[in-house]
Design a protein around this ligand. Structure first.
Ligand SMILES: [Zn+2]
Length: 289
């Protein structure tokens, strides 16, 4: 009968207590090890990339940082961002950037750093956070062609969005010729300007928002006789500018801002042969939020 038992490796505790105790201890250790082992939580996916404008700290153009890192948004971020969305578009974008941006250069990405970044760099961060979180493909399940009205599934990859780069970091301040021999020195808007405008977006019209933007971004005006006056923060001055001069400055800001050109994407619709312009918003990039 004893021969029917499978006894290989078996230690009878009565006849060989040492071996049995060692075997029991080894099982207990293994069990304890299993109990203390935490479930493995993978770190969110991330990415390193180059900013199209560059981060200039305290006006020091000798140390412009172009390297940035973002990471995948997690469930905890989603909760924070969804809450922020109720407080308006500005809060939504700034919260999204704070959740997903890890660092710029050697600096941790905090609110102050993000407010100092050019709008184009912030747009680039959004694009890369989107890539880390949802991947490269942006899909519209039912896109309607504006020419032939056919509805179809449209998908583009993020790499199809053209990126404009600032070739010289000092180009963030530039000259705009105005009428009657005057000229203005203007700086490219940064995150703080965007926050200020989005904060009043719901109770102001576009012209009023432009006045705020111009009052923040026009550094000085040089009169025809060479006399230069600082005008930053002067809302009354921005209002007193001629309509044509205001438009010249706004156009120059638009034209020089680096970053993803979300309004500059075109594709050919096979069914009608027309070239269709595509406008992408932050909402399109983060359809799930
Ligand atoms: Zn079409």
């Amino acid at each position: 009968m004893a021969n029917d038992l499978h006894t290989e490796g078996y230690s009878n505790p009565l006849t060989n207590p040492g071996a049995a105790n060692a075997a029991i201890a080894s099982v207990l250790n293994a069990t304890q090890a299993m109990q203390v082992a935490k479930p493995e939580i993978p770190l969110p996916a991330g990415g390193n990339f180059t900013l199209p404008g560059g981060y200039v700290s305290a006006g020091d153009y000798t140390n412009v940082r172009y390297d940035a890192e973002v990471r995948e948004l997690t469930g905890a971020d989603e909760e924070t961002i969804t809450k922020a969305r109720n407080a308006g578009l500005g809060k939504f974008i700034s919260t999204l950037l704070q959740c997903g941006t890890v660092s710029v250069g050697d600096s941790k990405a905090d609110a102050a750093l993000l407010s100092a970044l050019l709008l184009g760099d912030r747009d680039m961060l959004l694009l890369e956070i989107r890539r880390a979180t949802y991947g490269d493909e942006v899909v519209w399940d039912r896109f309607s062609c504006p020419f032939c009205a056919e509805e179809f599934r449209l998908s583009i990859t993020l790499d199809e969005i053209p990126i404009r780069r600032l070739t010289d970091p000092t180009e963030r301040v530039f000259e705009v010729p105005l009428r009657r021999g005057r000229k203005a020195f203007v700086r490219l808007p940064v995150g703080a300007d965007q926050d200020a405008i989005l904060a009043i977006a719901e109770r102001t019209n576009e012209s009023e928002q432009n006045t705020v933007l111009l009052s923040r971004c026009i550094v000085s005006v040089v009169e025809a006789d060479g006399d230069e006056n600082a005008v930053t923060g002067n809302v009354e001055f921005a209002r007193s500018l001629g309509i044509v001069d205001r438009k010249s400055i706004l156009d120059a800001i638009e034209e020089k801002q680096p970053g993803p050109q979300y309004n500059d994407i075109k594709f050919t619709h096979d069914a009608c042969g027309k070239e269709v312009p595509l406008f992408i918003s932050a909402g399109d990039l983060f359809q799930g939020l």
